[in-house]
Design a binder for this molecule. Structure first.
Ligand SMILES: [Mn+2]
Length: 336
């Protein structure tokens, strides 16, 4: 094998972005979590990690903002077969429950799905805690938005006072959505309840929420800061710059930040197959600008995730996701 050429095409059996690093040699490790048991509308997020891996080999490696990201050493860890198995059994039970419109918390079917979610949380927590102990940057590639809970907990335990920058169409503050304790729509409610080391949650792109979620935000005493998409559209229409909105957003966060990125925070033309698309949202360049604003204003990304990517009949959703993922890797690795 000759030396690595960042200008050449990637081979189909190479690692993420065509790179050859493994977990031992990497500073940043992507943890694939192909689990999406509680998705309520469109399915397929469990196929996200494989599709992003395949699409990532088309991403050009030199980045105008972050330079030679590939020299910083990153990889995607091998998938844990236990997670794929948990998805298969839990998804079958959950699909029946969702079909009949949800079920009471504590019923036997729900308990089985909740148990699988709990096990995924335990596995992801252990994997991410190990990476943090080795001084590596962990990143979860979902899967639906339930899967990063263990990663957020591990990052918050390692960095008490942690802030979360949460990009999403949905507030994800529902209490046990459709009866499921570990629902994709409840991740941030679970974080706020279970992870006291999270000092603040700052949300961007939010345009789909229920009144209970609005009550949660307003009753949080400032722990949750939500930037509604419609409000950003209005302020920009009235002449405020996007950069000013980004600065206001990131300045509300502590120094150490975990970024939780639901692909449906983007305009749905960039993620047409995601499970619960909503009109509006960020353009690709705007999302990139927001992440860059975070690190350029002195914050440190201690971990992150990219979730709810669903491959369709073409590679578009995964293509967008792979490029966003590379930018997030760059922000986490280069701006330290
Ligand atoms: Mn979400």
């Amino acid at each position: 094998m000759t030396s690595f050429d960042p200008n050449a095409a990637a081979s189909p059996d190479s690692g993420i972005f065509g790179l050859s690093d493994d977990v031992a040699t990497s500073r940043l490790v992507l943890v694939p979590v192909p689990f999406a048991a509680t998705v309520s509308y469109g399915t397929g997020a469990e196929a996200g990690p494989e599709a992003i891996l395949a699409a990532s080999r088309q991403v050009d490696l030199y980045d105008l903002q972050y330079g030679r990201i590939y020299e910083q050493r990153l990889c995607m860890a091998p998938a844990d077969e236990r997670i794929a198995a948990l998805h298969r059994t839990a998804r079958a039970r959950a699909a029946e429950i969702i079909e009949r419109g949800g079920a009471a918390t504590g019923s036997p079917d729900v308990a089985a799905v909740d148990a699988a979610g709990h096990e995924v949380n335990t596995l992801v927590h252990a994997a991410v805690r190990d990476l943090l102990r080795q001084g590596k940057i962990p990143a979860v590639v979902g899967g639906d938005h339930s899967v990063p809970f263990g990663a957020i907990r591990a990052c918050a335990e390692a960095h008490p006072g942690l802030g979360i920058l949460h990009v999403d169409a949905h507030a994800d503050l529902r209490i046990a959505y459709e009866g499921f304790r570990w629902s994709h729509a409840s991740i941030m409610d679970n974080v706020l309840r279970e992870v006291p080391q999270v000092a603040r949650l700052v949300q961007v792109g939010i345009r789909d929420f229920c009144e209970q979620e609005l009550d949660s935000i307003r009753g949080s005493g400032g722990r949750v800061v939500t930037h509604f998409d419609g409000e950003w559209q209005r302020r920009r229409a009235c002449g405020e710059t996007f950069d000013a909105l980004c600065r206001e957003t990131v300045d509300a966060l502590p120094r150490d930040v975990y970024v939780s990125f639901d692909i449906d925070g983007l305009d749905p033309s960039l993620c047409p197959h995601t499970g619960t698309p909503v009109p509006g949202g960020l353009a690709f360049g705007e999302a990139v600008h927001l992440v860059h604003a975070l690190v350029s204003r002195g914050h440190r990304i201690v971990g992150f995730d990219l979730v709810e990517v669903v491959p369709g009949d073409d590679e578009w959703d995964a293509n967008v996701a792979a490029r966003l993922l590379y930018k997030m890797c760059g922000a986490a690795l280069v701006a330290r």
